[in-house]
Ligand binder design. Structure first.
Ligand code: ATP
Length: 257
């Protein structure tokens, strides 16, 4: 069953058609990959789905309800969390304080800030830090963490709100292979608990090894979608990538995550 349904979304910036009638859907319980050459509209699509950008036309439905043009906070309250290409954390706050702020953003916490000091909420923060593997860094300033650890912290800040769907924008970018394997295992574990993922990523081994389905975007539209094995053999996909970046075009490497 489709949890997110995107219908004919268009978004222009000046004369640039970032999204040009984009239609696709993401199934509940899946880890879906969203790939495509640079500038094909992947981040713009995330921005439209999560309310950070308003589409010119088209619609987005979540679990059957229209969410087109809702504000980012309203989309978040519906249960859609996201990360960003450039990590958004508070570098001068420590790791736990970052989680505190993230928890306040969640609808369930917003009016009850004092509850943070309750045993249950601190236990929840500890559980999330244990889960992502940042417990020993709980008191460290977020700005002192490595780039990969900062990405894990941003991930933790989304998890703490218990979303139904998590959209990850280039989670593998700049992360070392060990952290990347760790991140993949955390995504799989959360998916096993029922959380749906959509992952924008250029690292093909990561995408092909992790995702149940891959959607390919090209020039603001969906080029094709399907099982990773089908997509990586699709001549249209290889053609779309050729002439952009040969590393990206190497879709035939086996996924090993
Ligand atoms: P990448 O893989 O490089 O991150 P992408 O597939 O995520 O690319 P987008 O970032 O969505 O692509 O960009 C799609 C097109 O829209 C590009 O031509 C980009 O330059 C343009 N674009 C995106 N956001 C803006 C903006 N705020 N103002 C002007 N143009 C924009």
């Amino acid at each position: 069953m489709s949890l997110i349904e995107i219908q004919e979304i268009a978004k222009t910036y000046g004369g640039i058609h970032a999204l040009d009638g984009c239609t696709l859907s993401f199934e509940e319980g899946h880890i879906s990959g969203l790939i495509g050459p640079n500038g094909s509209g992947k981040t713009t699509l995330f921005n439209v789905v999560t309310g950070y950008e308003q589409p010119d036309s088209g619609s987005v439905r979540f679990d059957g309800d229209a969410i087109t043009r809702l504000s980012p906070d309203k989309v978040f309250d519906r249960g859609i969390g996201r990360t960003f290409q450039l990590t958004r954390i508070f570098p001068r706050m420590n790791v736990v304080e970052n989680l505190h702020v993230a928890a306040q953003r969640s609808g369930g916490f917003r009016s009850e800030l004092s509850r943070w000091s309750s045993t249950s909420e601190r236990a929840r923060a500890k559980e999330v830090l244990d889960f992502v593997g940042l417990t020993r860094l709980a008191s460290e300033m977020a700005g002192n963490l490595s780039y990969g650890q900062q990405k894990l912290l941003e991930f933790a800040c989304i998890i703490i709100a218990r979303p139904r769907v998590i959209l990850l924008d280039e989670p593998a970018g700049g992360i070392n292979p060990t952290l990347l394997r760790h991140l993949a295992s955390r995504i799989r574990a959360l998916n096993d608990e029922g959380i749906t993922f959509v992952v924008v990523e250029h690292d093909m081994e990561f995408v092909m090894g992790l995702c149940h389905k891959v959607c390919v975007m090209h020039q603001g539209r969906t080029l094709c979608s399907g099982h990773p094995d089908e997509v990586r053999q699709d001549p249209l996909v290889l053609e779309a990538y050729l002439g952009t970046d040969m590393r990206e075009a190497d879709l035939t490497r086996s996924g090993a995550n």
